[in-house]
Design a protein around this ligand. Sequence first.
Ligand code: TRP
Ligand code: ZN
Length: 467
Amino acid sequence: MPRSVRLVPVSAAFLALALTACDGGVHGTPGGYGVQDPYFPRAGNGGYDVTHYGLTLSYEPGRHHLTGTAVITARATKDLSAFDLDLRGMDVDAVTVEGRGAHWNRAGQELTVRPHDDLDEGETFEATVRYSGTPETITDPDGSKEGWLRTADGALALGEPTGSMAWFPGNHHPSDKASYDITVTVPKGLQAVSNGEPSRQNTTGGRTTFVWHTAEPMASYLATVAIGHYDIARTTTEDGLPVYVAVDPTQRAASREVLAKIPEVMKWEEYNFGPYPFASTGAIVDRAEDAGYALETQTRPVFPGAPDTATLVHELAHQWYGDSVTPESWRDMWLSESFATYAEWLWREDHGGDSAQQTFTALYDGTSDEVDDPDAIWAFPPAKPSSAAHISDPPVYQRGAMVLHKIRQKVGDDTFYDIIQGWAAAHRYGNASTADFTAYVEKRAPHEDFGTIWADWLYGEGKPDRP
Ligand code: TRP
Ligand code: ZN
């Protein structure tokens, strides 16, 4: 449900086509192939908001073959003669819109669908895409791997920033969040774990089907599927929140102790960040050498191997900051990573380690062991990464967390915790931009002047002067 999706200008050729087609009740124009994200201009699409994805997938690990049906429920935000979905690789077998066969065309990651009848602005429609093939592993601009990753005993789907288009067609930009039902069929003996809560599970003819439901809005980069052998533990927190944990058996011993801390971390984060926004929590610990990073997949963060406590704290903090309050564009990613990083600092401070002030000072002085190269923090401002290859660099994480610490220094602890909890509440389940954040902070502390913090720490090039 994008708040401020701007349409890419429709090309002259398209416009001419639309104009000549204006008789016979035809009135729509194409939706557009992107939402002008500053770093991933082709990610997402114009002209509609997705409200729900119903994904029915079947995977054969031996052949690396995925068969899928995506039923996408969306609302047209303008009169549409055609709209795009993002899909990378895979073969499209059929597309229908409102139950009628639709024309479609592919160019790169754009799957352009031309429905039999134009769609009216405000109309809710259902598009069904049947597809199959060997899903791709995508190499990001920063060299990391995402999309569909093969593991020793199955597969793991990871979507930040653009990997989800490797395994289902959709509006793959964080600004369009939707609910999900994900159904996965795998050979009997394997398991399929995804976001949200599991419902019925059924084995017939040597294959088992797993059904997962996510009611709260989710950005597509936070959707996951993990296929393989897992030890599965279903417990609850003290408050009765379901905890669903899936661990690759080879990671069992190394992760037991840290995963046992999930209820304690959840309780501490609820105390500091406010009510947990989702209907379940948990973790997926796989053996995914290709990934090499953890990801805050909604309700069920993925770890590529046994995590340490700081990483668990980080990925669970993202559930509030990143998953529930999602960056409006990839430029706003510091709003996600700064909070998750600062959560690590706060955890350390509250559990007998360095204070956040000590962590801040060590980073400023270049004596911190949190970063390999102390100068990397100053390479660019948190709110303006230098390019798509750098959106997960230290300025977004550590310098972003330093921005939060500067705010805390200025307003004091009581107001600071009010601000971070209020921010999570104000934009719960939505999207927010850097401008939304600075406006929110100013509103909550109207007598303070944040001008220097924004100018030097958030938007400014280079290392700010010592205050
Ligand atoms: N968001 C992940 C985390 O810090 C890190 C990450 C994984 C990432 N893949 C990415 C960041 C791609 C940016 C782009 O928890
Ligand atoms: Zn993170």
